[in-house]
Design a protein around this ligand. Structure first.
Ligand code: FES
Length: 262
């Protein structure tokens, strides 16, 4: 279990920004002070039948105001995320965080970089894009449809290439199609999104000898090491258990692509 204590956070604002996608700012000085891009918080519901928290990645970190921005998808009626979406400004919610390792953004200095996000893996790329200092910042954001949430924020942070599954905005297809259509090149990749997308990016990076970091946050459940639902296969053996496993919530969620099998 995590040694971190639960923090009581106050909701600053909450709004719907897409189909089942919500944007919530929380006041939490301690978490905001420690947080870095690619980390997440585990939020607790007030429903006693749901003991395990829900991990949600950090979309933005405002250290000056002591706030964190969460953009998350409601995964169905009666779920923890549906309960979070009903919170209003002034309500409180318990959270543990920041959790996880985050992206090694200092490695990008002087490099030409792809920052790639797909679906609900788009939000964690925003704080990374804002904080990263690199030679060339190419942001590839993949959406289902015309609800291209966070578009203006990404445009302010780098050069944005949008792809949509239905072709309503940008390249029709996914983030890999946007690379091909725009003939883009990079010498380093940071990515977050659904497993098939990350698998395609991992294969592309390894085929082209590109250093690539992927966030496997979509595969987490409790986020605090309690459920073991997040285990993935790793190349190296774990030092404690001597098996080829890693817990995404504890050892990740960010891994060098060559370290893990997905
Ligand atoms: Fe539960 Fe990792 S998500 S142990």
């Amino acid at each position: 279990m995590s040694e971190k204590k639960k923090e009581i956070c106050t909701v600053v604002s909450q709004e719907s920004i897409g189909t089942d996608i919500y944007s919530m700012w929380l006041q939490t000085e301690k978490i905001a002070a420690e947080a870095k891009p690619g980390q997440f918080v585990s939020l607790y519901t007030n429903d006693p039948s749901k003991l395990l928290p829900r991990p949600i990645s950090l979309c933005e970190i405002d250290k000056e105001k002591g706030r964190i921005h969460l953009v998350y998808r409601v995964t169905g009626a009666g779920t923890g995320t549906a309960e979070f979406s009903r919170l209003k400004a002034g309500d409180t919610v318990s959270a543990i965080g920041p959790l996880g390792n985050g992206f090694p953004l200092e490695k990008a200095e002087g490099k030409s970089v792809f920052l790639m996000g797909g679906g609900i893996g788009v939000p964690p790329i925003l704080e990374l894009a804002k904080a990263m200092k690199c030679e060339k910042k190419q942001i590839l954001a993949g959406y289902r449809d015309c609800h291209t949430f966070l578009k203006e924020e990404f445009e302010a942070a780098g050069t944005l290439y949008i792809s949509t599954e239905d072709g309503s905005v940008g390249t029709k297809g996914n983030v890999m199609d946007a690379i091909r259509e725009n003939d883009l090149k990079a010498d380093m990749i940071f990515a977050c999104g659904p497993t098939p997308m990350l698998r395609a990016i991992k294969n592309y990076a390894e085929a082209n000898g590109i250093e690539c970091y992927i966030s496997l946050e979509e595969r987490m459940a409790c986020g605090i090491g309690a459920c073991l639902a997040c285990v993935c296969k790793s190349r190296e053996k774990d030092a404690h258990s001597n098996v080829n496993n890693k817990r995404i919530c504890k050892d990740g969620p960010v891994f060098l692509s060559t370290e893990v099998e997905i």
